[in-house]
Design a protein. Structure first.
Length: 161
């Protein structure tokens, strides 16, 4: 996404850097694109633990603990590994959901900046999307068309946005 942004004149390299560089980048972005700055500030809350986990696994030879099984009444209870303080399946599910929302929303934000004057992007309501082609965004007239979409952080799942 960093490369996509760069090719569309939106530099988000600071999102993946240490806190001081991140804060400096956000401060600069707030002057020109405050909505995107807030979106990235909130994105950092879930992306930082994801990046740390990735770096730990790749660069520090990190290995997840194995699933353990213990007798529990008439059955067996499985205890899964923990990543960033939560069970790995929850961590992966949450991280993947946030990541696919970010990819879609950041890409649309970058692309809408390339539209000619008088053209905007709108977001279709979930109920208005066809099941066989669940298009979330559509081009519209900036004046007199559907309400323009603005990048904004949300916590709803990808399939609920």
């Amino acid at each position: 996404m960093q490369n996509l942004g760069k090719s569309l004149n939106v530099d988000i390299g600071f999102l993946f850097r240490k806190p001081e560089s991140f804060e400096k980048g956000i401060a600069g972005l707030e002057k020109t694109e405050p909505e995107l700055a807030e979106y990235l500030r909130r994105t950092r809350l879930w992306s930082e633990p994801l990046l740390k986990s990735r770096n730990d696994l790749e660069h520090e030879a990190g290995v997840l603990s194995r699933v353990t099984y213990t007798p529990a009444g008439n059955g067996v209870a499985a205890t899964e590994p923990v990543v960033a303080g939560i069970p790995v399946t929850q961590f992966v599910g949450h991280s993947f959901d946030r990541l696919i929302c970010f990819v879609e929303e950041f890409a649309v934000h970058c692309l809408k900046r390339q539209l000619p004057p008088g053209i905007a992007i709108t977001e279709l309501a979930l109920a208005d999307r066809l099941a066989e082609a669940p298009e979330r965004f559509r081009v519209t007239l900036a004046s007199g068309g559907l309400p323009p979409w603005r990048v904004a952080f949300h916590t709803s799942r990808f399939d609920e946005t």
